[in-house]
Design a binder for this molecule. Sequence first.
Ligand code: NAD
Length: 364
Amino acid sequence: MKIAVLPGDGIGTEIVAEAVKVLKVLDLPLEMESAPVGGAAYEASGHPLPEATLQLAKDADAILFGAVGDWKYDKLDRPLRPEQAILGLRKHLGLFANFRPAICYEQLTHASSLKPELVAGLDILIIRELTGDIYFGQPRGRRTAVDGHFPGAEEAFDTMRYSRPEIERIAHVAFQAARKRNKKVTSVDKANVLETFQFWKDVMIEVSAQYPDVELDHMYVDNAAMQLVKAPKKFDVVVTGNMFGDILSDEAAMLTGSIGMLPSASLDKNNKGLYEPSHGSAPDIAGKGIANPLATILSAAMMLKFSLNQPQAAARIEAAVQSVLAQGLRTADIWSEGTTKVGTREMGDAVVAAITTTTKTIKS
Ligand code: NAD
């Protein structure tokens, strides 16, 4: 099983190193090869997604990705900015379905900014469409306005669009995921204002006819943002477009205690996937050794489950994460009174130790 390891920028290198360490103790036939991506690749070769990196990703069975970006690249032309690397990988590899489970571990109910009773036992799944919407729609750019409120003024514009097959395929992904859970899909849209999302809603309703066992409801995105902090446990599977999903999944991350806890999987139609934490490269804490590696470690577990058909190995990682949390170990972002603060590397070591201990117990 060949894994392309793309650490990227900022804390990306620190957290991916911990996930790789964890994968290595599992005793699986994993072949891991690294390549630069994002700002690191721009520095090395003048492009955020060099051909060799893209080829490695294409040839691999799965991709483990850290994060890209740094404010120092904000002045570069858009095609050369680090973030274009992740957008390019999603597009070139057809990674249209993004899974972001938001699970609040029992030990972290107090790390959430919400009242413990609102998040205790939380287990929701946000499914974000990843290759369409305003992020990829053409045309886009800057020009002189010919109409609008200020004709003749400089303006910028993007295009929000979704085709029927794009909506249908993400709808099937959501309904099938809900079948394995609590059989409820909430489709989040802005159908009251946007034509694109009235179409989204219509297609969702059509596809739902094929899944009579799954309940479908609809929510406007502004209400969904409110309900996620008011009563998050009433959701099961949330399916939405690229931009709304980007925002709502960060909001959902905070329900779990920290964005440093939220893994993600981005899958193509054959379940080949790119696995990355939901957060960015966190330049504010990069190089300090304090980033939480658990979202990346849990992303590696998702990789074993979804793309490499190793559910038992995935379960071992998840159990090890539970175990280190139960031991009271916390990185700064999830630390609270009475727990032990550890750095990135110590947290990775603790997960490795928890896996090794269980392995020894099973063998003896
Ligand atoms: P961010 O997610 O990097 O950071 C937001 C906040 O969360 C920061 O305070 C950061 O310190 C904290 N944080 C993030 N991950 C953490 C972790 N593992 N442990 C502890 N704290 C953590 O978002 P941002 O600051 O808006 O963006 C920084 C850069 O990352 C930008 O260049 C942005 O474009 C890029 N970005 C990349 C991706 C990606 O690679 N997929 C996603 C989002 C943002």
